[in-house]
Design a protein around this ligand. Structure first.
Ligand code: GLA
Length: 396
């Protein structure tokens, strides 16, 4: 969405604001970390399955500067009214009142846990153009940006892949969301024009060019905030873990991602509850769907890829139950539009966005039709963005 020209302009703007907020820009550097969209492979990453996300060209911009003492000063241009939030390296504990600063603080804490203690504090200003709570990973973007800044400012020897693991560790242990590795990995390892085919069982991955011919990736943002999403997310995760334990009594598997559909059908009776059986079914089938989708893309069979995206949504709606009326309306209305190759919810669900692959000459009609049907049924508007797979974190 944002080209290089915009990036240059944004760089100037954030630097200027940094100077206003923190006195001057002497020694300050500007960084960027993307957001991500997941094309297929949803709720598989904590089940040892495959995912297929891409970094985006929208993301988080940060201006950072080392301090001479151990204090921390944060400022977000997205939450101007909060002003400068002060803390220190001695206070790296999660607090509800710390709001968004819990994400950078969590990463600083995680660096320390991994033996990389920060010698000095910093001033950090952020501005992001990922819609908040949209399911495009604004929080993971802030985490990876922070890790990237710390590596650069203090010279820690840590790879991008390790930054992803540190980001996930901070989210799990500092911010209390038991997320998988997908978001942080997609962001830290992003590559322009490509999606990442990642096996979350062992972190082996490969870049797949997103050659969509005459189609584009369109994101529809429901504008429904996630709300109680985090607790529901943790609940889904434990349902899957319980189902795995039950299955392991009858079949030798390490994760749900180890199973084929046939194996699941043969052994699903071992799962003692209907709800857990549905959750596990989604995890198994979605993983297999992801393998087929990536193969379809490789064979230039975009239409099969789209069909598998639609099946993914149905499974997330009926078996995993993480969609809700907003996301269902966006996907189901999209399926009716000619020129829509595939459409599904993306991210954790419970609000957030759908991702659709739409023929270029149908994009206008898509936005028009889905937008008005959504407004009519839900009572407020959705937002639409045409996006492209972008690079991972960088210094600007
Ligand atoms: C969130 C989590 C990811 C992943 C998705 C669902 O984005 O952070 O780890 O589990 O939900 O696929």
């Amino acid at each position: 969405m944002k080209g290089m020209k915009d990036m240059k302009e944004i760089k100037e703007n954030v630097l200027k604001r940094f100077g206003e907020v923190f006195g001057d820009t002497e020694g300050a550097k500007v960084y960027f970390a993307p957001g991500r969209v997941n094309l297929i492979g949803e709720h598989t990453d904590y089940n040892g399955g495959h995912v297929f996300p891409a970094a985006l060209t929208i993301g988080t911009y940060g201006v950072a500067r080392k301090r001479e003492d151990r204090s921390l000063r944060f400022f977000s241009m997205n939450f101007e009214h909060l002003g400068v939030i002060e803390s220190s390296l001695e206070e790296l504990v999660p607090e509800k009142s710390a709001g968004w600063t819990n994400y950078p603080k969590g990463v600083m804490w995680a660096f320390g846990e991994k033996g990389m203690r920060l010698p000095l504090g910093l001033d950090l200003l952020l501005w992001g153009n990922i819609p908040n709570g949209s399911g495009l990973s604004s929080s993971a973007s802030v985490e990876i940006l922070t890790g990237f800044v710390l590596r650069d400012l203090f010279g820690f020897e840590v790879s991008n892949q390790e930054l992803a693991l540190i980001g996930q560790f901070s989210e799990n242990r500092f911010n209390g969301v038991n997320c998988g590795i997908m978001d942080q990995f997609a962001i830290a390892m992003g590559k322009k024009g490509h999606a990442i085919f990642l096996d979350t069982a062992d972190l082996t991955y490969r870049y797949a060019p997103m050659k969509l011919e005459h189609a584009k990736i369109v994101i529809a943002c429901s504008n429904k905030k996630r709300g109680l999403g985090d607790s529901k997310y943790n609940e889904r995760r434990s349902e899957c873990e319980k189902a795995l334990e039950e299955l392991q009594r009858v079949i030798s598997i390490r994760t749900l991602g180890d199973m084929t559909e046939e194996q699941f059908e043969a052994h699903k009776g071992a799962i003692q509850s209907d709800v857990r059986r549905k959750r596990a079914k989604h995890a198994v089938y979605e993983n297999r769907r992801t393998l087929r989708a990536v193969e379809a893309l490789q064979n230039n069979d975009i239409s099969l890829f789209g069909q598998l995206m639609n099946e993914s949504h149905i499974s997330l709606r009926d078996d995993y139950e993480v969609t809700g009326v907003e996301l269902d309306t966006l996907a189901e209305e999209a399926w009716k539009v000619k020129g829509v190759i595939g459409s599904r919810m993306t991210g954790a669900g419970f609000g957030g966005c759908t991702v659709s692959i739409v023929e270029e000459d149908a994009i206008h009609a898509f936005i028009e039709k889905v937008g008005s049907a959504y407004q009519k049924k839900i009572g407020y508007a959705a937002d639409f963005y045409i996006v492209e797979p972008g690079e991972g974190p960088m210094i600007l």
